[in-house]
Write a protein that binds this ligand. Structure first.
Ligand code: AQP
Length: 333
């Protein structure tokens, strides 16, 4: 059985990178002969400072964004991680006993997020990749569609699965395959083409949120950092020009065209000519999603019902896996 598991944190609003790097691919994959489990990973979202009063609503909003972008709860299992918290957390603990500290020390996301505060941040942020491995392995997922930034965590999940199988002499967990798909696997910040676009960047101008309206999108693109040169006439000409590369990549991904094709179309033009065109494709791609999200959020009870149903289905898959894990590991229960 080919099974997909992927998730997003309900930290802030979803941004264009989440959409192009992951969400859009999730939608395509649900029609490709996989059993798909898509979750809102709220237990990951609490690894950094957050607002308890708004977390549940942000979780609903993330689920609404999935559905608005095309994730169909009739074709996939759509659920919230904390609805199956006991199993995710239990497996995480067992996997933590076989994860080497040295490997966690190499995780670049922890270094980026902890910054200079690495001695003071919580254990949860450090152990985040182990919880992510548990999220995937609890369902014996075989494929994990993610953006490029999650590649290192996926590699660790594969190593943890192999360690478990080796230690207990069983071919129990599959090796989850990363699926890093599409033209825009790493969308960069609009304020700095060397940093990835992120929900938690303090500057809202650095990203396009899936909830931004047409004027906000146009304004953010107009103010996006660029360089003083006209656009190049080949893809190679983008080397050393991260902002130009990023904007053309976004254009190509949103218009469903090859980057070389887009570069050829805008060759020699100024950013001032290109940016309004980019704003147009962004608004055309995102405004139906934003409108649908708004509609869905009018009825939070309906979203909650979908999520509750998804939680039960996820538990049905995860519970027998956990029962086997306990047995294999020799736990009394
Ligand atoms: N800039 C990006 N380009 C391509 N893909 C991206 N993803 C995130 N940013 C980009 C992909 O979106 C999925 C969900 O990510 P997440 O919510 O688990 O957290 P993240 O990877 O840390 O993304 P953010 O937006 O930067 O979140 P915060 O700021 O909350 O940490 C993943 O598949 C990710 O690869």
């Amino acid at each position: 059985m080919r099974r997909i598991l992927s998730g997003m944190q309900p930290t802030n609003r979803l941004q264009l990178g989440n959409y192009l790097g992951a969400l859009r691919n999730w939608v395509a994959l649900q029609d490709q002969n996989y059993q798909c489990l898509y979750c809102v990973v709220d237990m990951h979202a609490i690894t950094q400072p957050y607002d308890a009063a708004t977390l549940a609503q942000s979780t609903r909003e993330a689920a609404a964004a999935y559905i608005a972008a095309g994730v169909d709860p009739k074709k996939c299992i759509l659920f919230v991680q904390s609805a199956v918290a006991d199993l995710h957390a239990e497996l995480m603990w067992y996997l933590a006993t076989m994860t080497q500290i040295g490997k966690l020390n190499r995780m670049t996301q922890f270094k980026d997020k902890a910054g200079k505060d690495s001695e003071r941040v919580g254990l949860g942020l450090y152990a985040y990749p182990v919880l992510m491995a548990a999220d995937i392995l609890l369902y014996k997922a075989t494929h994990v569609p993610v953006g490029h930034d999650q590649k290192q965590h996926l590699e660790l999940a594969r190593e943890i699965a192999a360690t478990f199988n080796h230690r207990y002499g069983q071919d129990f967990f599959p090796q989850p395959e990363p699926q890093i798909l599409g033209e825009a696997t790493r969308v960069m910040s609009l304020r700095d083409g060397t940093q990835k676009m992120s929900k938690s960047d303090p500057s809202d101008l650095s990203r396009i949120n899936l909830t931004d309206d047409a004027d906000m999108i146009a304004d953010k693109i107009k103010r996006a950092k660029t360089d003083p040169h006209p656009l190049p006439d080949t893809v190679e000409g983008l080397a050393g020009r991260p902002e130009a590369d990023n904007l053309l990549t976004i254009y190509a991904a949103l218009s469903g065209r090859a980057k070389a094709d887009v570069v050829a179309e805008f060759a020699g033009q100024q950013f001032s000519q290109f940016k309004p065109k980019l704003a147009e494709v962004c608004v055309a791609a995102l405004s139906p999603i934003t409108a649908r999200m708004r509609e869905l959020l009018q009825d939070p009870a309906e979203i909650d019902a979908i999520l509750r149903d998804g939680g039960s289905q996820a538990r049905e898959i995860g519970a027998p896996v956990m029962a086997d894990v306990r047995k294999i590991m020799g736990l009394w229960s």
